[in-house]
Design a protein around this ligand. Structure first.
Ligand code: OAD
Length: 260
C-alpha cells in the first residue's frame, strides 16, 4: 500500500519552477533489470565487476567483455518500462523537469521521457575505443568485438566503466540542474557511487528540499526533507496523480486515454 504523500510535498511540487529527479537501478528493478547491489538478483551476482566493467578487463579479454554486454543489451532490450518510468515521462508534461539517470538501460526514453541525462552511458550504444565516438552501424560484422568502420579500432559499449570519467557534458548538465532546481528527488539509488551521489547534496546545501523514494534507507535519508518508503513503480504514479492529474482531471497515460 503506497504511504500517504505529505500535502506539503504535493504543494511544493506544484509550485516548483524546476524539479530534478536522479534515478538509479531501483527504478528499473520493477521492469526486471537486476540492481547492482541487490545480493539476490544483483547483476554482479554472476561476475566480479573488476572482471568485466573496466578498461583493463576489456584490454585483457575484449571478447568476454563484449559478449557480457551483448547478453545485457539483449536482456534489457526485451524489457518494458514500468509505471515509475511512465510517471516520470508524464511529470515532464506538468513541470520543468531535469531527469538524470545512472541507469544504462534506456527505459526512461522507452517510456517517453523527452530528455534524459545519462551519467553512465547507454547499453544500446557502442563507441570506438580509439576515437571515443559513437558508431551507429556495426551489427553486420562477424569479428567479435567488431571494429570501427572509420579507423579499424575495437568497438566497445558506450557505458562508463569503473575507474573511467563520466561524459563531461552530461556531468556539467547534471551539476547545473542540481545547482538551480527548487526540488530534488533521489529515486531508486543507494547513493553510493560518485559523482552522482554528490548531486543531492548540491541541492541540500542550497536549502532545497531533497525527497528520497526507496524501500530502504540510504546514507542520503537523514538529509531528506521527505523519505517516501516504497517502490518507485507505486509511489511515482501516485505522486503525479495527487499533484497534478487529480486537479487537472486528466487521465493517466496508462489508461490509454492519453493527455491532449
Ligand atoms: P544500487 O543497486 O546500488 O541501488 C539500488 C537502490 O534501489 C537500492 O537503494 C535499493 O534499495 C533501491 N530499490 C530497489 N528496488 C526498488 C524499487 N522498486 N523502487 C525504488 N528503489 C528500489 O544501484 P545504483 O544506486 O543505481 O555504476 O548504483 C549506482 C551505480 O553503481 C550504477 O550506475 C553503477 C554501479 O557501479 C556504473 O555502472 C558506472
Amino acid at each position: 500500500m503506497t504511504p500517504p504523500i505529505p500535502q506539503g510535498l504535493l504543494d511544493s511540487l506544484c509550485k516548483a519552477g524546476h524539479v530534478v529527479v536522479l534515478t538509479g537501478a531501483g527504478v528499473s528493478a520493477e521492469s526486471g533489470v537486476p540492481t547492482f547491489r541487490d545480493a539476490q538478483s544483483g547483476l554482479w551476482a554472476r561476475y566480479q565487476p573488476e572482471e568485466l566493467a573496466t578498461p583493463e578487463a576489456f584490454r585483457r579479454n575484449p571478447r568476454l567483455v563484449w559478449d557480457w554486454y551483448t547478453w545485457r543489451r539483449e536482456l534489457v532490450a526485451a524489457l518494458q518500462p514500468n509505471p515509475g518510468h511512465y510517471a516520470l515521462a508524464e511529470m515532464a508534461r506538468y513541470t520543468h523537469l531535469t531527469l538524470i539517470t545512472q541507469n544504462v538501460d534506456g527505459l526512461h526514453q522507452k517510456a517517453g521521457s523527452p530528455e534524459v541525462i545519462e551519467l553512465h552511458g547507454n547499453l544500446q550504444r557502442v563507441k570506438c575505443q580509439e576515437e571515443d565516438r559513437v558508431v551507429e552501424s556495426w551489427g553486420d560484422q562477424k569479428e567479435v568485438p567488431p571494429r570501427c568502420p572509420r579507423c579499424g579500432g575495437l568497438l566497445r559499449p558506450d557505458v562508463v566503466w569503473f575507474g573511467e570519467a563520466l561524459p563531461q557534458e552530461a556531468l556539467e548538465s547534471a551539476w547545473a540542474a542540481a545547482e538551480s532546481c527548487e526540488l530534488f528527488f533521489s529515486v531508486g539509488t543507494s547513493s553510493q557511487v560518485q559523482p552522482a551521489a554528490s548531486l543531492p547534496y548540491l541541492a541540500y546545501d542550497r536549502g532545497v528540499p531533497v525527497i528520497e523514494i526507496n524501500p530502504n534507507e540510504t546514507t542520503l535519508t537523514p538529509y531528506s526533507a521527505y523519505f517516501l518508503r516504497g517502490r518507485s513503480g507505486e509511489i511515482l504514479p501516485e505522486l503525479v496523480r495527487q499533484a497534478w492529474r487529480a486537479s487537472s482531471g486528466s487521465p493517466s497515460p496508462e489508461s490509454g486515454l492519453g493527455i491532449q
